[in-house]
Design a protein around this ligand. Structure first.
Ligand SMILES: [Fe+2]
Ligand SMILES: [Fe+2]
Length: 290
């Protein structure tokens, strides 16, 4: 069986299960929770400040198509996708409460996100709106793959945090092809897909940078050359949070791209099996050193 038929088979047979987990994030967690490092913590916090708005944008982009989906399995998968993204949104809002307690202003950022994303959704066609989601889903799937394979990205993080981010990464891989399959089923074109990615890349960069600057500014690090040198090193140097995303990101522009061409199902299989068997309370422990 070649890679494409393998991929198609995998994406078309998966059930997308909604798993509402609680991670017990507490105000006692250290401010620089990711191994005591400000930059490593800010990278994840900047994502948490953007995630709920993106998840809402994703959900609203599939709604206009949902009722007309002919394939019953795809219909079910889209419902699962909505359920997973809304569960993610709730957990990231919970994480934002922690950030508020640490002196940041997630409420103001959320409001800006909601206003801007509303414009984005209204200004463009439903096909382009879906293409934005498709693009964001690819970027999220790339980051999720790295998060589960690059163990040092979360080494030293408290178990609740590590579990939360791994759960999110697993579910993002779990549903990574759903929007793509929907986009194909409704006749979405290659060019709109590419345009959506170019615009979404710009939006993601702008918003994540804004969030990162907000975190650094609140902690009075904006004028520290040492802080910025470390930022560049962690993003583009050895640890390479951005550098390592580059090649998988570019695969999106291949005309024959499909999310499951990158077959990383093995990364989530162990969790899916454990989730079916382990008592819910043990799942967070299981995820914390996944
Ligand atoms: Fe998500
Ligand atoms: Fe997603």
């Amino acid at each position: 069986m070649n890679q494409k038929s393998n991929a198609t088979e995998q994406s078309s047979t998966q059930q997308i299960e909604v798993r509402r987990l609680r991670f017990g994030l507490s105000y006692e967690l250290p401010k620089y929770w990711n191994n005591g490092d400000d930059v490593r913590t800010y990278i994840f916090n900047a994502i948490a400040l953007l995630a709920p708005a993106f998840e809402r944008l994703a959900i609203t982009s599939v709604l206009p198509y949902k009722e007309d989906i002919q394939d019953p399995l795809l219909k079910e998968q889209v419902q699962g996708f909505i359920g997973q993204e809304s569960a993610h949104g709730s957990e990231f809002i919970r994480m934002q409460c922690l950030l508020k307690n640490q002196g940041y202003n997630p409420k103001q950022i959320e409001k800006l996100n909601i206003d801007k994303f509303k414009v984005l959704a209204q200004k463009f066609s439903p096909e382009m709106h879906l293409s934005f989601t498709l693009a964001a889903e690819h970027v999220t799937a790339v980051i999720s793959d790295l998060l589960l394979t690059e163990k040092n990205w979360l080494s030293g993080a408290p178990k609740e945090m590590a579990a939360l981010w791994r759960w999110h990464a697993i579910e993002e891989i779990d549903h990574k092809a759903v929007v793509f399959d929907l986009y194909k089923a409704v006749g979405g074109s290659y060019w709109i897909r590419v345009k959506g990615m170019l615009l979404m890349t710009f939006v993601l960069w702008m918003y994540l940078t804004r969030n990162y600057v907000h975190l650094a500014k609140t902690d009075k690090k904006l004028l520290s050359p040492k802080f910025w040198l470390k930022t560049v090193w962690i993003l583009w140097g050895g640890p390479g949070f951005m550098r390592k995303q580059l090649m998988p990101y570019l695969s999106y522009f291949m005309p024959n791209f499909h999310p499951w061409r990158k077959d990383n199902y093995h990364l989530i299989k162990r969790f899916k099996e454990a989730y079916a068997e382990l008592p819910k309370l043990k799942i967070v422990d299981f995820l914390s050193d996944y």
